[in-house]
Design a protein around this ligand. Structure first.
Ligand code: NAI
Length: 292
């Protein structure tokens, strides 16, 4: 494959919709698939709003914006992705769900297609094993939100070929991203370092050391982080954070990765963060983070 012309994105949540937008803006034809029709409606709206915001800030011409929206198509039929050069998976952070999807994608994608996962922590090698093309499976971990964040973490599975790595790296660079490369161990680089800090912030709250506001203010002003760890957890999604901690604990076997019971409790209560209007903070009544 000389150049990627079309991609399929599976999962139209916050990451999948952002990846689809990024690709369309950079001249790639995109099919965005989700099993949930409402997710596709939300994705279409958020992509169009986000693209218009880039235009009004003068960061994108109206011509590029219009072209991007024309290149982007949504579908609830996975088979529409069969002609894509690269398929990027961005569904829920569950190994079973991702393996099932990779097995289906393997059957319907063209033989030359690369199957990439945006997983935050799950083994690329095990996802690859669910397919008949492990050398064409790779981790392509975008940061949130994909149209803005400058980094892509590329993860090589045990059998990922050099050609797959080079094509994926070139695609990320075409999207204007800086690439870092990780071996395939739980959490890779970013979440191996970030998630234990977020989990520790939950323990700090859970054990009554400080209020949520003081924990976040402390980390913002005291360590120069743009967002506090609890705010960031709400932004990422508490369900995603919990899943990543479980993967770190299972994969690395150290008790320091045990998820905080408070994080588990918020997820059990459906308090998943910004995407549900409530997480550590309540976003429903006023704009921005407020104390509950
Ligand atoms: P999300 O919950 O916003 O979206 C997931 C979407 O996948 C939903 O719309 C759901 O309907 C859809 N879906 C679930 N199963 C499906 C299937 N079998 N086929 C098609 N669609 C399906 O989740 P989010 O935050 O976008 O995360 C997606 C992936 O990206 C996860 O693997 C996560 O770990 C990873 N990620 C998340 C980041 C974040 O900050 N939230 C950052 C980087 C990676």
């Amino acid at each position: 494959m000389a150049e990627v012309r079309s991609i399929g994105v599976v999962g139209g949540g916050q990451m999948g919709s952002g990846i689809a937008q990024l690709a369309a803006v950079h001249g790639v034809d995109v099919w965005l698939h989700d099993t949930d029709a409402e997710a596709l409606t939300r994705a279409t709206k958020s992509i169009s709003t986000s693209i218009q915001r880039f235009v009004s800030k003068g960061q994108l011409s109206q011509e590029v914006a219009t072209g991007a929206l024309q290149r982007l198509r949504c579908t609830s039929n996975l088979e529409e992705l069969c002609s894509a050069d690269v398929i990027i998976e961005a569904i829920v952070e569950s190994e079973d769900a991702k393996k099932k999807l990779f097995s289906e994608l393997d059957k319907l994608a063209k033989g030359s297609a690369i199957l990439a996962s945006n997983t935050s922590s799950i083994s690329i090698t095990r996802l690859a094993f669910a397919t008949s093309r492990p050398c064409q499976v790779i981790g392509m971990h975008f940061m949130n939100p994909p149209p803005i964040m400058k980094l892509v973490e590329i993860v090589r599975g045990a059998d990922t070929s050099e050609e797959t790595f080079n094509l994926t790296k070139a695609l990320a660079e075409r999207f204007g991203k800086t690439v870092i490369c990780s071996q395939d161990y739980s959490g890779f680089i970013i979440n191996r370092v970030l998630m234990p800090m977020i989990n520790e912030a939950f323990f700090t709250l859970y054990t009554g050391v400080a209020t949520k506001k003081d924990i976040d203010t402390g980390m913002k002003l005291g360590t120069n982080h743009p967002m506090g760890p609890l705010e960031l957890a709400d932004f990422i999604g508490l369900d995603v954070c919990l899943s990543i901690m479980k993967v770190l604990h299972a994969g690395l076997g150290d008790s320091k990765y045990v998820p905080c019971p408070l994080l588990q409790q918020y997820v059990d209560a459906g308090r998943l963060g910004r995407k549900r209007g409530i997480g550590v903070y309540n976003y429903r009544k006023v704009t921005g983070a407020t104390n509950l």
